[in-house]
Design a protein around this ligand. Structure first.
Ligand SMILES: Cc1cc2nc3c(=O)[nH]c(=O)nc-3n(C[C@H](O)[C@H](O)[C@H](O)COP(=O)(O)OP(=O)(O)OC[C@H]3O[C@@H](n4cnc5c(N)ncnc54)[C@H](O)[C@@H]3O)c2cc1C
Length: 390
């Protein structure tokens, strides 16, 4: 028989059992808040540990406030990366234009608090903040969700069945929870016409620390982030339609990359060589998730699962933390009323999500990975004029 959704706490109050799917920014932050609100929290993560790697995360404005309320702002400040300069390069490695001089975060509000932090450091900070009584199960995922009158019956991939009062889908762009809940073929995916590869390697001599360099030709973009101890190697390319590939087949993805970038100049040959090797890299289509509603019954989506803003926004990690913080505030405001809480969460956050998505869709792709010669020329003209805010 499945365990009850509530158990008595030490205060005699019955704590409701809730389930979080996914242990990245959205999942860890959601689990933190739910535990603090008094729920009995289980997190399932399909990977065998926290999934590491990827580009640094920008932390500013509301994200700083939420991390401060979690007691984590100082930990983030301690791991913040030095401000970096962003340079657009041509094939001869000449700088066409740059943003963010030394000591300047590149924004128009010099005094506002803004940090960049390695993705792995933020994962460690968030997972370290989880209370001991949060149950974290790796190598597990939800196989089936059935909603009853006052709980959700969950069957896991190993066949175990448990009942939960609420379920939180924090399982990313290709969310399993979203598929189970809404039967998502692909109807919520807004494909932005390209793919992005990112691998973190030990420091290379390809560029100095605290600098980002990008080089674009029509339809393709190569990017390097330099740090004192490592280098991010990034590639983006355009496709008119989605490529038919298995997103679990890493060898196929490496081949795809090699085919697309072979023969390109600048530092690309050295970058391809440095990125070869193991399967520890990020490769995904550049897309957004646009849904008419982020919840159904007792199940709600947080972060990329419900409203991925795309890597071009440079805001996915922050949006996940903001989503978790807003949802927690809504649950606190509507005790015992998940319908009201989920509505409040969505009504409050949706305009901001749509604004960020719109910005990324309009400016991101044409600036980072122009589609053709005309778009590239227009982008270079803007760079020459210093009109490179995006
Ligand atoms: C390894 C990795 C590298 C990334 N690198 C970049 C990058 O370089 N640039 C960029 O812009 N964005 C990158 N992203 C995406 C970025 O992290 C997200 O946009 C942002 O963090 C939003 O966070 P999220 O928690 O909503 O989703 P994600 O960070 O994508 O986390 C989703 C989590 O759910 C887990 N999960 C997936 N399916 C299941 C399932 N069936 N059951 C249980 N758990 C599941 C995943 O393993 C993952 O831990 C990366 C994501 C990952 C996982």
């Amino acid at each position: 028989m499945a365990p009850s959704t509530t158990i008595p706490t030490s205060h005699g109050v019955r704590a409701e059992a809730v389930l979080v799917s996914g242990a990245s920014f959205a999942g860890l932050a959601t689990a933190y808040w739910l535990n603090r609100l008094g729920y009995r929290v289980t997190v399932v993560e399909t990977a065998s540990g926290l999934r590491r790697g990827g580009t640094p995360v920008d932390i500013e404005d509301e994200t700083v406030d939420i991390l401060a309320r979690m007691g984590l702002a100082d930990a983030v400040r301690a791991k913040a990366l030095p401000h970096r300069r962003f340079e657009f390069k041509d094939a001869d490695d000449v700088t066409l234009g740059s943003i963010g001089a030394d000591g300047d975060a590149g924004g128009d509000r010099p005094s506002h608090e803004r940090h960049e932090i390695h993705r792995d450091d933020l994962l460690d900070i968030l997972s370290g903040a989880l209370a001991d009584d949060v149950e974290l199960l790796f190598g597990r995922s939800i196989a089936r969700l059935e909603e009853g009158a006052d709980n959700v019956s969950v069957t896991f991939n190993d066949g175990e069945r448990r009942d939960y009062a609420l379920v939180f889908g924090c399982d990313g762009n290709r969310s399993n929870t979203r598929k189970l809940l809404f039967g998502d073929g692909e109807q919520f995916t807004y494909f932005m016409g390209g793919y992005f590869f990112l691998k973190v390697v030990p420091g290379t001599r390809l560029l100095p620390a605290n600098v980002t360099e990008t080089f674009s030709v029509a339809g393709r973009m190569a990017m390097l982030n330099g740090y004192h101890d490592r280098t991010d190697i990034g590639f983006g390319f355009r496709t008119p339609a989605e490529i038919d590939y298995d997103y679990r087949d890493r060898a196929q993805q490496r081949r795809l990359l090699q085919e697309r970038f072979e023969g390109l100049g600048w530092k690309v040959p050295a970058m391809l060589a440095a990125a070869a090797g193991d399967d520890d890299f990020y490769f995904d289509r550049i897309n957004q998730i646009r849904m008419p509603c982020w919840s159904r019954g007792r199940v709600v989506l947080v972060g990329d699962a419900g409203y991925c803003v795309s890597p071009l926004a440079g805001f996915g990690g922050s949006m996940a933390i903001i989503g978790a913080g807003r949802l927690a505030a809504a649950l606190e405001r509507f005790p015992g009323d998940h319908v009201g809480a989920f509505r409040h969460y969505e009504d409050g956050l949706r305009p901001f999500v749509e604004e960020v998505q719109e910005r990324a869709a309009v400016h991101g792709m044409s600036m980072m990975c122009p589609a053709d010669e005309a778009e590239l020329a227009e982008r270079d003209r803007k760079i020459a004029l210093g009109d490179i805010g995006f």
